[in-house]
Design a protein around this ligand. Structure first.
Ligand SMILES: *Cc1c(COP(=O)(O)O)cnc(C)c1O
Length: 232
């Protein structure tokens, strides 16, 4: 395995951790409140193993079957986060390897994940993906008014645990108000579901704003692993 690639990943991770530490210091937050999910989509399983050796415990993928193939190939025990738009007919397969699904946005998908988790004898943590971009109806995510319905369905579903909320900031806009909105919605959700404390927000281009707003989980790809070969 290439030691050059190990050095590259170590440097990307160190620079990313430096930015996380600076944003935490500026916001008066503790690094230990935040989970870094390294988004390894389009990169090989060998990168996941190198990152695990560098101390990363949580990996993110956005496509099936790429994610499942990688989960089988990887040597180290890591936690797998599924981040992508998910078709109902693939939910059962994803439930076999994912630990956390960040992209739950409709009741039909909740039911499919629940059946998959049950038949695999696994427990899946589910986040409700929230969409703030009213201009593009094609985007994944539930509108804020539907969070309660999807959250209640997760709570009622065997094999699933409600973990909290996730968003992807709308492209080309200041992400800060959207992350702040997500944190307010999270506070409201926790009034009825106190354990659903995960706030998944922030990618390579905007994670400082997410830390400032109160995110608990950052999903970071390019800043650690470099540019992706394709559009992934
Ligand atoms: C790809 C992806 C990320 C990571 O994006 P980077 O810009 O590479 O940090 C985060 N979240 C989701 C949902 C993604 O699909």
């Amino acid at each position: 395995m290439s030691s050059d690639r190990r050095d590259e990943l170590a440097a990307g991770l160190a620079e990313t951790e430096r930015r996380i530490a600076a944003a935490c210091a500026a916001a008066g937050r503790n690094r230990s409140e935040i989970t870094l999910v390294a988004v390894t989509k389009t990169h090989p399983a060998s990168d996941v193993d190198l990152l695990a050796e560098l101390g990363v415990t949580d990996m993110g993928e956005n496509r099936h079957p790429e994610a499942g193939d990688k989960a089988r190939e990887v040597q180290h025990a890591v936690r797998w986060h599924f981040l992508g738009g998910l078709q109902t007919n693939k939910a059962g397969a994803v439930a076999r390897y994912a630990d956390v699904v960040h992209s739950v946005d409709r009741v039909k998908l909740v039911n499919a994940l629940s059946r998959g988790a049950e038949s695999a004898g696994r427990t899946l943590t589910c986040l409700v993906q929230v969409d703030f971009d009213a201009t593009d109806p094609g985007r994944a995510g539930a509108v804020p008014d539907d969070i309660g319905t999807v959250a209640d369905a997760i709570v009622a579903a065997p094999g699933l645990v409600l973990g909290g909320l996730m968003t992807v900031a709308p492209l080309g806009e200041d992400p800060a108000p959207h992350f702040e909105h997500l944190v307010r919605l999270s506070a409201r959700l926790r009034e009825t579901h106190p354990d659903a404390a995960i706030v998944s927000a922030g990618m390579s281009g905007d994670f400082e704003a997410a830390i400032t707003a109160g995110a608990t989980h950052l999903r970071i790809g390019r800043s650690i692993l470099g540019e992706r070969p394709s559009s992934g």
